[in-house]
Write a protein that binds this ligand. Structure first.
Ligand SMILES: Cc1cc2nc3c(=O)[nH]c(=O)nc-3n(C[C@H](O)[C@H](O)[C@H](O)COP(=O)(O)OP(=O)(O)OC[C@H]3O[C@@H](n4cnc5c(N)ncnc54)[C@H](O)[C@@H]3O)c2cc1C
Length: 386
């Protein structure tokens, strides 16, 4: 299809929304992003962008801007919760080495500037209240005419129920605590996972190693907060992880502000696009953070959706091709993330010991093979190497 002048309305100015906006604007489409928030702002938190997600940023012409604000990851290490190292994965063994630790606010800023530079119009304080095939898009302050409406509006998408029926997201029984603290690790660009009974804690450096990002996940029977995230109490966080080793205690002692997130899921959407509308990112497939792939999947979706429209004869064919090119991969990543929660949280001592021993041996004897098991995720370049 010729995209020049095609009117594209994107609901949501998050990672997926801003990326797809730039992807379409670079193809001469006329793009507006409608973001409900009054400012594009983020709570302090980090993101891991693995090579597959970075490929999209590079193809969008934002590779250098991301490198400028990120920390290039060298290793991922798995530790038992008391501190002993179980496995270290050397990211230098990956064929594509662009694995980055980024502050979310920095990535959003790179994407926002990239979208504006490509001619995208960003309207803040614009909340969508209805979106449906047609396409139909209504904001609080009136209707919008567009040729394609993209729902990049996250877990509470207004478009998703119009395509897939109403289904409440379900609580997974896991709560994530997120914080950033002054860094103490002397510049080692490592993501470290401490795995304990029914809990794990991930830490990695951001912004030249000056701060450390923490995601601490615990299993919990219910999530009673009214919102999906809220301020947490640092002392409660420390108490919940009090039996973890000294490495973790040193980090937790520095926490003075922490946010808690209930981890919720929808199943992967059955219908991703119809009648001039398309879902993308968390709106189509919220993913647990245990493979650090939610934002990367949103970036891959963004590239493929723009590419599918460019390649297809008409809108219906493009939307069908988009879902066909994305669905199987996304389902595999979502399932892998579900599986990791179980592996990290083994609580029965002998079982944990056996699992950790197997990992240790695997890492020592066949390190290359340990990395190859991630090739299907990290080695995949949805842009075809642009
Ligand atoms: C604890 C945790 C750690 C994570 N770590 C990683 C990681 O390391 N790597 C990784 O790749 N992923 C990670 N993720 C996942 C990642 O954050 C999400 O998958 C990603 O942000 C999804 O992007 P999105 O654009 O689809 O949605 P979102 O980022 O949720 O953006 C949606 C946007 O839409 C706006 N919006 C919503 N409704 C409306 C409306 N009605 N009208 C207008 N605007 C609206 C919102 O304000 C928001 O700006 C993590 C997630 C969690 C919870």
């Amino acid at each position: 299809m010729d995209l020049s002048g095609l009117r594209i309305a994107v609901i949501g100015g998050g990672i997926g929304g801003l990326a797809v906006a730039r992807a379409f604007a670079l193809r001469e489409a006329s793009v507006t992003v409608y973001e409900q928030a009054n400012a594009i702002a983020e709570v302090g938190a980090g993101l891991q962008i693995s090579p597959n997600g970075f490929s999209v940023l590079r193809a969008l012409g934002l590779g250098d801007a991301v490198r400028d604000v990120g920390v290039q990851a060298a290793t991922i290490a798995l530790h038992d919760y008391r501190g002993s190292r179980v496995l270290q994965l050397d990211l230098g063994r990956l064929t594509q080495r662009d694995y980055w630790f980024l502050h979310r606010a920095d990535l959003i800023d790179v994407l926002r500037r990239g979208a504006v530079a490509a001619g995208v119009n960003i309207r803040l304080g614009s909340r969508a209240i209805e979106a449906a095939p047609g396409p139909v898009l209504r904001l609080e302050d009136g209707a919008v005419d567009a040729d394609l409406v993209i729902g990049a509006d996250g877990l509470h998408s207004v478009l998703r129920p119009a395509l897939n029926g109403v289904a409440e997201p379900f609580f997974t029984g896991q709560v994530a605590w997120r914080a950033t603290v002054p860094c103490s690790r002397g510049g080692v660009a490592e993501a470290r996972v401490h795995m304990g009974p029914r809990r794990h804690l991930v830490s990695y450096p951001l912004r030249d190693g000056q701060i450390m990002n923490i995601v601490a996940v615990e299993e919990r029977a219910e999530w009673t907060a009214e919102s999906w995230s809220h301020r947490g109490d640092p002392d409660t966080l420390r108490a919940r992880f009090a039996d973890f080793g000294p490495d973790v205690q040193t980090i937790l002692a520095r926490v003075d502000t922490v946010h808690q997130w209930g981890l919720f899921r929808h199943p992967v959407a059955r219908v991703w696009g119809q009648g001039g509308t398309a879902l993308l990112g968390d709106a189509a497939h919220p993913t647990l953070p245990f493979m650090a792939q939610g934002a990367c999947m949103a970036l891959e979706d963004a590239w493929v959706l723009a590419d599918a429209l460019t390649m297809a004869e008409d809108m219906d064919a493009a939307l069908a091709a988009y879902q066909m090119r994305r669905e199987a991969r996304v389902r595999r990543v979502v399932e892998a993330a579900n599986g990791n929660a179980w592996k990290y949280h083994l609580s029965f001592g002998p079982l944990r010991f056996a699992a950790h021993t197997a990992m240790r041996l695997g890492g020592a004897l066949v390190p290359q093979r340990m990395m190859q098991q991630f090739d299907w995720i990290y080695g995949y370049d949805v842009t075809g190497g642009r």
